[in-house]
Design a protein around this ligand. Sequence first.
Ligand SMILES: Cc1cc2nc3c(=O)[nH]c(=O)nc-3n(C[C@H](O)[C@H](O)[C@H](O)COP(=O)(O)OP(=O)(O)OC[C@H]3O[C@@H](n4cnc5c(N)ncnc54)[C@H](O)[C@@H]3O)c2cc1C
Length: 401
Amino acid sequence: MSDLETYRSTARAWLESVAPTFGRDARVGLSVEDDLALGRRYQRAKFDAGYAGINWPVDVGGQGLTHIEKLAFDTEEMVFGMPGGYFGISLGMPVPILIRFGADKDFMKERVLKALKGEEIWCQLFSEPAGGSDLAGLRTRAEVDGNGWKLNGQKLWTSWAQYCDYGVIVARTDPTVPKHKGLTYYWVDMKAPGVDVRPIKLAGGDSHVNEVFFDDVRLEDSQRMSPVGGGFAVAMTTLMIERYIATDSGGFGPHIDEFVDLARHTDLNGKPAIEDGRIRSTIARNYAMRSGLESITTRAMLMMRAGMEPGAEGSLNKLVAVRSRQKLSELALDLMGNSGFAFDAHASVKTDWAASWINAPTGRIAGGADEMLLNTIAERILGLPQDHRPDKGVPFNAIPA
Ligand SMILES: Cc1cc2nc3c(=O)[nH]c(=O)nc-3n(C[C@H](O)[C@H](O)[C@H](O)COP(=O)(O)OP(=O)(O)OC[C@H]3O[C@@H](n4cnc5c(N)ncnc54)[C@H](O)[C@@H]3O)c2cc1C
């Protein structure tokens, strides 16, 4: 057995041992608050067992292993429906960015440890009403205030903000220069005076996204994580990590085996659906697509292992995986007939076709909408000419609102 296979089977055995306490069945019927409390205990159990911060440096509390072990653990963990979603963004983007760009190292180490143990959660405050796909178009302002900064404005679609202790945020510090050049990156205390979080209800029934308002919120200069005017580059580093994390080859929907099982046990024109040519061809295409994406991910992971940065391939992965999950979920609902309409707001998108289908559109927007991913693929992978950008080089305050 290779070292990786040993690692994987040890991880699987640990996951199986804690699944009765934290897994899918243990979560049925819990309120979000109770599920979050269970999630915090699960995160602590992961930390104690050496499965938190798998690929993070040992000196900040990580395990010092590689992305390969991290991917192996995540793949095994996915099967059990553990309550890890609350920490996905926190440990995925903001905290790794804090490790890399946080100015106060003692503060950084304390926060990282608490985040790894599930005691604190971080959110990512990028999108705004006027700055989603066009992140550089954001309007939240940070103005010099004595030896620090004063933050005013609104963010939108901030996942889990209502439960977060801290967030990373991009704000405009100079409206007189072209839009990408006038941004600065900070961390912000979500409990600070002037921060107001308001949850938004989504079609799937949950309220994990929020509007966040900032009204004269004080930031110390030590909260700055980029040079003044250099925030866009740090934001891009954050988003590149996000597109790797934001997907698996099934786009976070049910596994293809679940579809095969459904097709075996559903009657279509007097025969099991699995015997229908269209169904068989869908299964084959989906399987081939997932294998292709897994190969791309493995190649990207090997590149990272060799010390290279995650590249634009993450965009390809997210685009294809979530789109095909939506199509497969739709076909599964068709096969299920009337019973496909039964919708349970607490059902897992990993096992329930209706939940997977109704939540797929948000998956096609969060972390980069389809069209933006297509632009990234065209420009950064295929080397095609840039999209038309009429505001390029124009000072932000001269762009018509
Ligand atoms: C469930 C969920 C969770 C989220 N969590 C977070 C979070 O934690 N933190 C955070 O900061 N944000 C979060 N977001 C916001 C997300 O990043 C944005 O919604 C996304 O970037 C799209 O921005 P927008 O909503 O402003 O849409 P817009 O940018 O207004 O886009 C609208 C449509 O126009 C298309 N479009 C825009 N520009 C172009 C172009 N140049 N060429 C072609 N088509 C274009 C888009 O593809 C899209 O179809 C979340 C969103 C969702 C749905």
